[in-house]
Write a protein that binds this ligand. Sequence first.
Ligand code: ADQ
Length: 522
Amino acid sequence: MAITPDQLEPLFRRHFAERRFVVVSNREPYEHRWAEEVGEMDVRRPTGGLTSALDPLLQALGGMWVAWGSGEADSAAVDHAARVRVPPENPSYTLRRVWLTHHDIHRYYLGFSNQFLWPLCHLRPDLTRIRARYWERYRRVNRRFAEAVLEEVQEKEAAIWFQDYHLALAPLFVRARRPNLTLAHFWHIPFPPFDIFRLSPHAGYLLRGMLANDLMGFHLPQFADNFLRCARRLAGAIVNFETRTATLEGHTCHVADFPISIDVEQFRGLATAPVVHENMERVRAKYTPRGGLIGVGVDRLDYSKGLPEKFKALEFLWDRYPEFRERFTFIQVAVPTRSDIEAYDELAQKVDRQVWEINERFATDGWKPIHLVKQSLPPEQLAMLYRLADVCLISSLQDGMNLVAKEFVASQVDRQGVLLLSEFAGAAEEMTQATIINPYDPEACALAIRDALSLPAPVRAEAMSRLQGSLRTIYDWMGDVFTRWGEVTAEADTERPAPEPEEDELFPVGAAPARNYSAGDA
Ligand code: ADQ
């Protein structure tokens, strides 16, 4: 049964009673900036789907959010304890900011998180960079996040929800001081197989950090299984693959899969707003002056998204099937990200070059095959593009879920577009009515695009209706997480031991947890 946003507060209360709800993430929900007028501040609003979904719940519960204070005016907006009440117009929960120095950002965020964990989890060990200073800073910053949580929670009861790969160690720091708190963690990216994760010299420590949670959530069952195998073989946990639990030093971590989604109503609403028709006409006139079909891609400029592979497929399309020249135009929205990292900078250059070459090769007077829009667009414009598109092309080489696939489907109110979805995006597991593609095979992808563009309208409508019928929302996802977390917490409350290891014993220098390569897979 579908869950509505206003059902989440009672659901949370049912499972966690008076426990305080604390969300911990790298990114913050509100960022303060200096305004034009001297001394005045602006607040940047939440944009990500998860942030916008959690914000009203925290408002209703009067919870707490602990995150990096990344805004230029953030430090001027907080009290002596780095706290600010948000949202500004109706202060109802506390945002506790954690300060990161230049070195922290470089080593914890751009270093360990994004040049080690991100490529490793996306099966790109060739792009990992292992540096002692990255790891040292990752530990230190994780500890700082944990200390902020502990300062806020004090002796009270709380349910603490960590987000993502930036914070793998923080749960252990928290657990060490407050063994009876209930902790959950959601890992938004893939969790790699044992043969990849074992490449990490810090695997045992990372797993120990994650195993300190009561509940570890992943998008897909195979990520959860990979994690359990690694916990067994690289951290020495006792693993039960049937109950999906891993026990280490007397603490049991439950592991589960929760495929994330989006605010479906929000995208549907944006796609049907009165201005949309006018805007669609304007985009059509600008990009396809002679009329014709439109393809859309929306990605962060990240090597996991397979942009070069996508453009190769498009090149094959216009090369092999010349009837699509001038008739089919592709708009790729690609927002630059992490550009301080070499691999991202190289990718950006490669993509620019490739688009330039394709356009040189096929453009005609008044028509350009690919339009590369390298900026972040507001959700209204994304929804308009999704509605307008005849095809949406998602070519991820590895992707935890991929929310763009779901945003496209939610916005397709006319049901005439076709979703071409990489089999390596987590979303492909659920969205079986999409046209599934293998981005490593550009000729087959070109053929799939051609076929999609040639499908009769009723066939397209039928596939899109089915996709829409099976689309769950981010509120369903949160409901599933809270329900499972509540069960796990109730179980743990009855049997929680309270061993309190000395803090300095948590990460002894030089002594890694024993690896158990002979334990086998199952
Ligand atoms: P991402 O890797 O960022 O997320 P994705 O799930 O596609 O990937 O989410 C991207 C979000 O950014 C979407 O909401 C999209 O609309 C937005 N976006 C992308 N380009 C944009 C642009 N140019 N302008 C404005 N918005 C843009 C990580 C994991 C995913 C997982 C999510 C959620 O890598 O696999 O689905 O977290 O768990």
